[in-house]
Design a protein around this ligand. Structure first.
Ligand SMILES: [Zn+2]
Length: 363
């Protein structure tokens, strides 16, 4: 009898899953936060290698703002659902899915790739020619259901709730890849982390301290710098009040730093190169204030410097990050939580730049 009830119950659930609409935040034209709408989309249909996730939380990244405003690219199908990061419960799996089961509590690796090329097979997915971030070309996580390949789904570290889990992937994956995988940050080295209050900056400070580096960080806000100090930053510089270049020369007794964590661009990149010690590495993942910069090549070769361009990270980076969360060596920093329906308010908060930590949407 129980068997039949369960089977009947499953059929009813399946019917609703196939036909019920998915509450989503989307836009039909590019623009400011007022273009965001709240409405219903059909439930995504999975293939044999995919899983369907019922989202419980999704975080906001600057990428969402750039996608919404059309400053990144305008060649995406509309209407479009934003959102890169997310966490939730697996509600359906494809025939070939073997490591994930229905009911698992999971978080998402937002880096999508072909899964078949030499880079994907060697777990260097972010080098795949098809690599892109969830929510930029295809529909993202600011909704109730999202489908993903099995390899993009990871168990949530124990004791983290859905909101905390959704805040982790993009920023910690990016920061770990930059500092550890590419930058090879070593015990006792000095690292300059630009943008103490940014999502990637907050992740980078924690990771750098975990690897016993001396952390110098910058921000235009004393309040954010104090919070960065609480996270472990050794030296803080308010770039609006002091010349960060002179200040770092002074702090390091003219020696400079071993690694620069860069995502600002323009003349900040130029000055950061000049702050590197012999054998120093600069890793950049962005150019917020400008794409063009000067680079004195004599300085680059005579001081054995390395410049890395970095975009997102690999599944191995994310696994390493999640292990550190499991061991409670890293912690999620949440600024605020908004209900999904209030996503446009969450966008406004992010654009105000008053936040410290992740802005998360509760689904
Ligand atoms: Zn590939």
């Amino acid at each position: 009898m129980t068997f039949y009830v369960t089977k009947f119950h499953k059929k009813i659930c399946l019917y609703f899953k196939k036909n019920f609409s998915v509450k989503s935040v989307y836009f039909n034209s590019f623009g400011d936060s007022s273009v965001l709408q709240f409405g219903e989309f059909p439930t995504p249909k999975i293939n044999d290698n995919e899983v369907l996730i019922q989202l419980k939380a999704a975080s906001l990244n600057h990428l969402d703002i750039w996608v919404r405003s059309g400053t990144r690219e305008k060649n995406i199908p509309l209407p479009h659902i934003t959102g890169n990061d997310g966490s939730g419960i697996v509600s359906e799996i494809g025939k070939n899915v073997s490591n994930i089961k229905v009911g698992d509590k999971v978080l998402i690796n937002p880096g999508l790739s072909c899964g078949n090329c030499i880079y994907c097979k060697n777990k260097k997915e972010n080098l795949c020619t098809e690599y892109r971030v969830l929510g930029t070309k295809e529909n993202g996580t600011h909704c109730e259901f999202v489908k993903l390949p099995e390899q993009n789904v990871f168990p949530i570290p124990s004791e983290l709730n859905f909101i905390e889990a959704a805040s982790i992937p993009l920023v910690f994956l990016t920061a770990y890849h930059m500092l550890i995988t590419l930058g090879s940050l070593q015990n006792g080295e000095t690292v300059l982390i630009h943008g103490a209050g940014s999502g990637v900056g907050i992740a980078a400070i924690q990771i750098a301290k975990l690897f016993n580096a001396n952390v110098i960080t910058t921000s235009g806000s004393d309040e954010k710098l104090q919070k960065a100090k609480q996270l472990g930053a050794d030296e803080i510089i308010n770039y609006k009040e002091k010349n960060f270049f002179d200040e770092i020369k002074h702090i390091t007794q003219k020696k400079g730093v071993d690694v620069v964590f860069e995502h600002i661009g323009g003349n900040i990149f130029e000055k950061s190169i000049l702050l590197l010690r012999k054998g120093g590495r600069l890793v950049t993942c962005g150019a917020t204030i400008g794409y063009d910069t000067k680079l004195d090549l004599r300085y680059l070769y005579s001081r054995h410097l390395t410049v890395f361009g970095s975009f997102m990270g690999t599944s191995i980076d994310l696994k390493n990050v999640l292990q550190l969360f499991e061991e409670k060596k890293l912690k999620p920093i949440i600024d605020s939580v908004f209900p999904l329906e209030k996503t446009s308010e969450a966008h406004k908060r992010m654009e105000s730049r008053n936040h410290f930590g992740k802005i998360v949407l509760e689904v």
